[in-house]
Write a protein that binds this ligand. Structure first.
Ligand code: NAP
Length: 489
């Protein structure tokens, strides 16, 4: 890849140090980032390049263990890195930054320039205006923004307006790191690179779909943000709905970014609205109480928060429906939560039962086929099939998985989502990023749920930390004669 400039606003923050810089380092180790590239961290601290590099060196320690080639690459990588002090709300430092980034002695006019806004969305407008005032928004500029893009439809539209005032939509990369995960991309490969699945990928053959994103962590350092957000906004509006879109979308005509985003948008617009009367039947929200996770006692949400009056949900389960020809009558059950029994994200597609069993009483009941796409941990795909148990004794059947573990099949280290996504921005490939209309359509579906919860006098249902959420979430799916998927092998 030709040398480029990447400027991280919020270069000393958690996201930059824990995710972005390690991802860039791995791309450097693999030779994708070449000499002449300039990486900048920007924040309000006073420090020079040397002090910043020392901080990043420390942050990269874990990455060094991941790859035997990494230790020798560390110092040359750090040489690409610079620190500049800038307060995004003040005028000082911008002119110098602009001179440095546009200096014709050092960069040609074609050089790709990426501004990564690893700061809160309240600063997006101010950054955009200053970049524009200093002539830094030209055609080779791209800007990356992180979630949360708003806390409802109106605030998302305001953020999008502020960005759209300065940048063309094609310059804006709205990141959802779930889309950069290898298994999520593999979902597209599985569906459209094999003739096997697509003919079956419809209501006629699929009974239901489950999407689970379970975390074991609690609030960590995000208490004030999380308590204002809750699981519906923090996880469902973006990650879970994006996964649902990839499962449910029609085959795009190509991998062109807009071909895929057009199809995802149609799915979001086809979601049946969950409004007032339906919220209590189709959604469950929960909040964890003290319990034990992975053998360790942990406090409840309110104790972690240090307040006893929060009604913020740390768990959501809901039943969604895509109103179109392909999916009519097929429920999509989504659930996500904090302090659950294990850290696990997966998509489970359950096919319909065989129409008639010829095996009679000898066999255990025939279980429907299931395609399980595991996003984390142990990324991989399992296809559950009925098989004959070997040996004499009649035709006995058992449900067994065809198991494709990514680590075993492909070996080596699995790249982190940000590695792929950052390089896609530099390459100008927006396929895995969300377009404005997608973000706003997702909020249009989420807002009525949120509003109905707020208007209700019910509090979130309590659940014990280390469990799979409130019992009402089990009832939500069992009412329909189905159960949440549990990996049995
Ligand atoms: P953080 O740890 O609080 O870091 C914020 C960064 O912004 C710091 O470098 C801070 O440095 C800088 N900053 C704040 N105000 C500034 C100003 N006025 N001028 C210049 N720099 C300023 O936050 P984070 O966790 O990295 O998250 C950053 C953004 O990404 C947030 O919007 C968050 O919601 C989003 N996000 C984070 C993660 C994650 O894993 N951390 C994941 C998804 C999305 P100084 O205070 O020293 O200036």
């Amino acid at each position: 890849m030709a040398p480029f400039d990447l400027i991280i606003f919020g270069g000393t923050g958690d996201l930059a140090l824990r995710k972005l810089l390690p991802a860039l380092f791995h791309r450097y180790v693999d030779g994708q980032i070449v000499a002449g590239t300039r990486l900048y961290g920007l924040a309000r601290d006073s420090q020079d390049d040397g002090a910043y590099r020392a901080r990043v060196r420390e942050a990269l320690q874990k990455s060094l263990a991941d790859d035997p080639r990494a230790p020798t690459a560390l110092e040359p990588f750090l040489d690409l890195l610079h620190y500049r002090r800038i307060d995004l709300n003040a005028d000082a430092g911008w002119a110098e930054l602009a001179t440095e980034l546009t200096d014709p002695q050092r960069v040609d006019s074609e050089r790709v320039r990426v501004f990564y806004l690893a700061v809160g969305p309240d600063l997006f407008g101010s950054v955009g205006a200053r970049l524009q005032a200093h002539g830094l928004t030209g055609e080779t500029t791209r800007v990356v923004v992180e979630k949360p893009i708003g806390h409802d439809g109106a605030s998302a539209a305001a953020i999008n307006d502020a960005l759209g005032h300065v940048f063309a939509e094609s310059q804006i990369y709205r990141i959802d790191h779930y889309l950069g995960k290898e298994t999520v991309q593999n979902l597209t490969a599985l569906r459209f690179g094999n003739a096997l699945f697509e003919p079956l990928w419809k209501a006629e053959h699929i009974d239901h779909v489950q999407i689970t994103v379970a975390e074991t962590v609690g609030l960590e350092r995000r208490a004030s943000y999380y308590d204002k957000s809750g699981a519906l906004r923090d996880m469902v509006q973006n990650h879970l709905l994006q996964l649902l879109c990839l499962v449910a979308m029609e085959p795009p005509s190509s991998l062109a970014a807009d071909a895929i985003r057009d199809e995802k948008l149609k799915v979001l617009r086809a979601l049946r609205p969950i409004e007032n009367g339906a919220t209590s039947q189709l959604t469950v929200r929960g909040q964890y109480r003290a319990g034990a996770v992975e053998g360790r006692p942990v406090p409840g949400y309110l104790d972690e928060l240090g307040r006893d009056d929060s009604r913020t949900e740390t768990f959501v389960a809901l039943k969604a429906e895509v109103r179109n020809w392909r999916w009519a009558g097929v429920p999509f059950y989504l659930r996500t939560g904090k302090r659950l029994a294990e850290r696990m994200s997966e998509i489970v597609v359950t096919f319909r039962q065989v129409p008639h069993s010829i095996f009679g009483e000898l066999a255990e009941p025939i279980a429907p086929n299931q395609l399980v796409i595991r996003l984390q941990p142990d990324e991989g795909v399992k296809l559950w099939l009925m098989n004959k148990v070997p040996g004499p004794g009649g035709l006995r059947l058992r449900r067994v998985p065809m198991d494709l573990s990514f680590a075993e099949t492909f070996g080596g280290r699995q790249p982190e989502a940000y590695e792929r996504l950052l390089m896609d921005v530099v390459r100008g490939n927006a396929m895995l990023f969300m377009r404005r209309d997608e973000v706003e359509a997702a909020w249009d579906w989420i807002d009525p749920i949120r509003n109905a919860w707020q208007a209700s006098s019910d509090a979130p249902k309590p659940y014990t930390a280390g469990s799979w959420g409130p019992s009402a979430a089990v009832a939500l799916i069992e009412r329909d004669g189905r159960t949440w998927h549990e990996d049995a092998g």
